[in-house]
Design a binder for this molecule. Structure first.
Ligand code: 2RA
Length: 336
């Protein structure tokens, strides 16, 4: 069945990736409406063999659209999503605005696709680092029962959009010329540096980026008392987030068992052979949709523990592809 699809924020890094993924997956669309900030009005965007002119957001556009993928900031989503819902347009929102709201499903299709049917107009796309982690740890939870998670993330600069990519470029050039690196997107120079600060600081001196992994994972996996702690770090990598994850399970667990479980898990590719120097790296996982897992080994600091290394393209599976997969289910199950 063909639908009318809108993308709000079509000219941004995630919006552009959504268009690419929709085309690649041959999503059945009779009309694609590209919406963006009025300053972008008139921009021409390529979609399959068409050229689509960007429009500013109007209520009329939401009246026409069956589904709207939102790839804008939290404040804009808060303002526009209710208008879309009022016009019977189902919203799949990539921002933080509604993720923790009662009655808004927060969905990673490989983990909790069944939650989509309970939507009341808005379905939230989790934060990229949460999506990447839950795809990898959910199969292990199903087999061994998850007791505790400790995760450190190594987040690419494109998590902050095109501006993040440009800042890394500028800082590398400045560093090579011996000039001062002037931060604007990030708190400090990002070239040849690591910044343990993404988003703002909230309770217990954690950042909101770190607490998103706690709050969102518990909601997605329906594990409201899962013990989880995170450290989120910005690293001078263009694309793909990496995560070092330590897991404690209730049942006895082995690396061989985890490798076997993950090798048949949806959306996961195991790349794990230390003797062959085989493990995932962001330089090689970008522009792919799978979550890559390697360095699977016993966590030697505890009884039933596993350590592993997880890498995925945070613009694709971490945002655009996850949102399009949700839209595919909404259409397939006629939930719009
Ligand atoms: C980041 N996860 O990496 C956040 C938003 N994409 O900046």
């Amino acid at each position: 069945k063909e639908v009318t699809m809108a993308i709000v924020g079509a000219t941004g890094a995630v919006g552009q990736e959504m268009m690419k993924v929709l085309a690649e997956r041959d999503f059945k669309i009779d009309e694609l409406i590209c919406l963006a900030d009025p300053r972008e009005e008139g921009t021409q965007l390529k979609f399959k063999d068409e050229v689509i002119t960007v429009q500013k957001v109007t209520e009329e556009a939401f009246r026409k659209a069956d589904i709207a993928l939102f790839a804008v900031g939290t404040e804009i989503s808060k303002e526009l999503a209710p208008i879309a819902v009022k016009n019977n347009c189902v919203v799949i929102d990539n921002s933080y605005a509604f993720r923790l709201e009662e009655g808004v499903p927060l969905v990673v299709p490989e983990v909790n696709a069944e939650d989509i049917k309970s939507h009341k107009g808005i379905i939230a796309n989790p934060n990229c680092s949460t999506i990447i982690m839950t795809v990898a740890i959910n199969p292990i939870h199903k087999e061994y029962g998850l007791k505790r998670v400790v995760v450190s993330t190594y987040q690419a600069v494109s998590g902050a959009g095109k501006a993040g990519i440009d800042e890394l470029d500028e800082h590398i050039k400045a560093y090579m010329k011996g000039e001062e690196m002037k931060p604007s997107v990030f708190q400090y120079p990002i070239a040849f540096n690591l910044i343990p600060h993404i988003d703002v600081f909230v309770e217990h001196d954690y950042t909101r980026e770190e607490m998103k992994m706690v709050w969102e994972t518990r909601k997605i996996m329906h594990l409201l008392d899962l013990k989880i702690a995170a450290t989120a770090v910005r690293v001078p990598v263009y694309r793909s987030h990496s995560e070092s994850i330590n897991l404690e399970t209730y049942k006895p667990v082995t690396p061989e068992g985890v490798r076997e479980v993950l090798s048949r898990a949806p959306g996961v590719i195991v790349q794990d052979n230390p003797q062959e120097k085989l493990y995932p790296m962001p330089l090689y996982t970008s522009h792919k949709d799978e979550v890559f897992v390697g360095r699977i080994r016993k966590d030697i600091s505890t009884e039933n523990g596993i350590a592993m290394w997880v890498v995925a393209d945070q613009i694709r599976k971490g945002a655009a592809t996850n949102a399009v997969q949700i839209a595919e289910i909404v259409v397939k199950d006629n939930l719009y």
